[in-house]
Structures are given as structure tokens and as C-alpha cells.
Design a protein around this ligand. Structure first.
Ligand code: ATP
Ligand code: MG
Ligand code: FE
Length: 342
């Protein structure tokens, strides 16, 4: 069966076609990063309006790229939450109206389920069960994943998400929005050993995280340097390198602790920070030592996209978790929604 999927939870409009047998057929993405950059962050109303503009052209594009028409589609999936309410409503209403007009089932997908199953779009594909490290702009969680739809929370951040820590530190360093990739790039020129930053909750004895103190520590360093007129490109690069290393160290240590606690040997990394090269390298080395395996989504599918939403729905269909005869097309989005509760 062919699934058409829509993602519109934040600032990316993503549309994709996934076949339950053959996998990803086509996907298209429009990112609003340039539009929001002038404001230093996502402006919800602008995000919703832009989703409205992009969603139909992107749908035409994925159909044409896969050489298919709407008549070939067997089910329609969309991100129902969590995310920005207005943005979610765009994807939900387009998906529900299309499904209604074509007499197809509409499948509401949890955005984080999309992220955490997305490494199964890569080759080799991780089998269940596994530990998932979900590191995105809004979430930092360790989950035990026993199968599609079977998720239990092992630990999560008490405050900022890892992606948020990258973004906020990048902002302090004047790197613009979104800062994660920019901070990672600057970090390559810096020396992480010059400035020592805290590793929050490294020894907390549980699998929770805290990242908000990190940006405060960076801010303090910057203020000290500013007072002495010592802010230089070298200092910025060293701070970027130190920040990245502090975040990565904690993520790696807690991931290993989660594998120890669960006795599992597979770690799956998902979400935008999963694109970070330092994290990928350190995890690969640390897990090899422990004879465990680590899996990542294809690089382009780490951040938000439609492929992960269509793919999550396809896996739910294959597992018999979707009532395909359900033709109820009323809908609701869930801006706040716990993954473990689905
Ligand atoms: P959520 O999925 O929690 O709702 P989101 O959808 O905004 O949040 P994603 O799209 O998964 O999050 O990821 C975006 C985040 O990933 C941003 O915080 C961004 O800075 C970060 N990010 C992307 N690439 C990198 C990188 N190479 N290094 C570090 N962080 C990165
Ligand atoms: Mg985004
Ligand atoms: Fe996301």
C-alpha cells in the first residue's frame, strides 16, 4: 500500500510517499529557516501561512517524482502533534480533506514516533528492541522501543533540549538561527580543552538531562571576556567547541547508561542533533568498544520531514495497528502530546 504523508509541526513543510513493501518512494521538503531567520526564531503565524502556500505544490511534486497519481494512494498520514497548533492544523486539514475526498483512511501520527522510527529508513535497518536517543530542537529523551507503538520513557531533559542548547549558545555567539549546524561548524575551528564547561547531571545516577545551565556558563565566560575586551574569533570557536563537547559527552554517557540499564545492544539516534558529526563519531567509538551497535537516520532525514511521518504510518499499517476501515474525518491536533501515552 502507498501512504502519502504530511509534516507541518513547526517550520518545515514535508510531504512524502512511502510504500509498505518498497519503502520510501519520494519526498519533498520546504524549510522556512530563511523566513524566520530575520526574527531569530520561529514566528508561529508566519509558519502556518507558509505551510498553506507550500503543501499542495509539494504534494504535486512527490506524486510526479514517483510517477504516481492520487488514485494510487491507499492511506494518508499527517503529524497530529506535538508542535505549533496553527502549523499542525494546516497538515491535518489538508490530509483529512484529501482522505475524505478520496474515501481513504487518515492516520494521525505522533511527530516523535516519526523521528524515532526514521533510522529504520536507513540501511542497515535496526531491529527491535532498541534504545532510542531522541535529540531534537524541542526534546531530549531516552526511550526503550520494543516495537512499533511500544515506547517507554527512560529519561528526559529537565529543562532545555539538546538542540535548544546548541541554538541558544549559537545565539549568544552571534551565529544566527538555527544555530545548531553553525555552532557545530565553528566548533571545528576551536579547541575544546581551552575552556572547561560543566557536564550537567552527568553523575545524577538516572537517565535525565539538564542543559539550561550550559548557556548560562557560556554567557558568563562571554561577559568576563567582554569586560576585558577579550572577545575574539578564537574565543568564540573555543567556546563553540567546548559547548559541543559538553553536550556530546553527556549524551554519549547517558546513552551508554541506558544500554546498561536495559541490557540492550542497539542504540538508535533520531532528531536534528543526530546530524551532529561529533556526536556520531563519539557514539560510534564508544559503542564499538562495548560491542553494541549505533544507528542513525539518513543525514537529510534527521530534521523534520514528511518521509518519517509516511514511514511511521506505513509501519503501523504493516503491524496491523491502524483501522483502515475507519472513515471518520473529524480531526483534532494535539500541540502537547506524550509519546509514551500513544
Ligand atoms: P521536535 O522534533 O522536538 O519538535 P524540531 O522538530 O524543531 O523539534 P528537529 O527538526 O528534529 O527539531 O531538529 C532541529 C534541531 O536540531 C535544532 O535545534 C538544530 O539546531 C539541531 N541541529 C541540526 N543540525 C545540527 C548539527 N549538525 N549539530 C547540532 N545540532 C543540530
Ligand atoms: Mg525545524
Ligand atoms: Fe522534529
Amino acid at each position: 500500500m502507498i501512504v502519502l504523508g504530511f509534516e507541518s509541526s513547526c517550520d518545515e513543510t514535508g510531504v512524502a510517499l512511502v510504500c509498505t513493501e518498497k519503502g520510501l518512494l519520494s519526498h519533498a521538503l520546504h524549510t522556512q529557516v530563511a523566513m524566520h531567520a530575520a526574527y531569530g526564531g520561529v514566528v508561529p503565524e508566519l509558519a502556518s501561512r507558509d505551510h498553506v502556500r507550500r503543501v499542495i505544490p509539494l504534494t504535486r511534486q512527490v506524486l510526479s517524482d514517483a510517477n504516481l497519481s492520487l488514485q494510487d494512494v491507499g492511506a494518508i498520514a499527517y503529524t497530529a502533534g506535538p508542535g505549533l497548533a496553527g502549523a499542525l492544523l494546516v497538515g491535518a486539514s489538508v490530509a483529512q480533506s484529501l482522505a475524505w475526498s478520496l474515501s481513504l483512511p487518515a492516520i494521525a501520527i505522533h511527530h516523535l514516533e516519526g523521528h524515532l522510527l526514521s533510522p529504520r529508513l536507513a540501511d542497515p535497518r535496526p531491529d527491535f528492541p532498541f534504545v532510542a536517543l531522541l535529540v531534537s530542537g524541542g526534546h531530549t529523551q531516552l526511550m526503550r522501543v520494543d516495537d512499533v507503538g511500544q515506547y517507554s520513557l527512560l529519561g528526559e531533559t529537565m529543562d532545555d533540549a539538546a538542540g535548544e542548547a546548541f541554538d541558544k549558545t549559537a545565539k549568544l555567539l552571534g551565529l544566527g538561527y538555527p544555530g545548531g549546524p553553525a555552532l557545530a561548524k565553528l566548533a571545528e575551528q576551536g579547541d575544546p580543552t581551552i575552556i572547561s564547561l560543566p557536564r550537567p547531571m552527568l553523575h545524577s545516577g538516572n537517565l535525565d538531562f539538564s542543559f539550561s545551565g550550559l548557556k548560562t556558563a557560556v554567557l558568563t565566560r562571554l561577559k568576563d571576556a567582554q569586560a576585558l575586551s577579550h572577545v575574539s574569533e578564537t574565543l568564540s570557536a573555543d567556546l563553540a567547541a567546548a559547548t559541543q563537547e559538553a553536550i556530546v559527552d553527556v549524551l554519549v554517557a547517558k546513552s551508554i547508561a541506558a544500554l546498561d540499564q536495559t541490557g540492550l545492544k542497539r542504540l538508535v539516534v533520531a532528531g536534528g542533533v543526530g546530524a551532529n558529526r561529533a556526536l556520531r563519531q563519539k557514539l560510534a567509538v564508544a559503542l564499538k568498544k562495548r560491542k553494541a551497535e549505533v544507528f542513525f537516520p539518513p543525514l537529510e532525514l534527521c530534521t523534520d520531514n514528511g518521509a518519517m511521518i509516511a514511514f511511521a504510518a506505513a509501519q503501523r499499517i504493516v503491524r496491523g495497528l491502524v483501522d483502515l476501515s475507519d472513515q471518520q474525518h473529524g480531526f483534532d491536533v494535539k500541540p502537547r502530546w506524550e509519546l509514551a501515552a500513544i
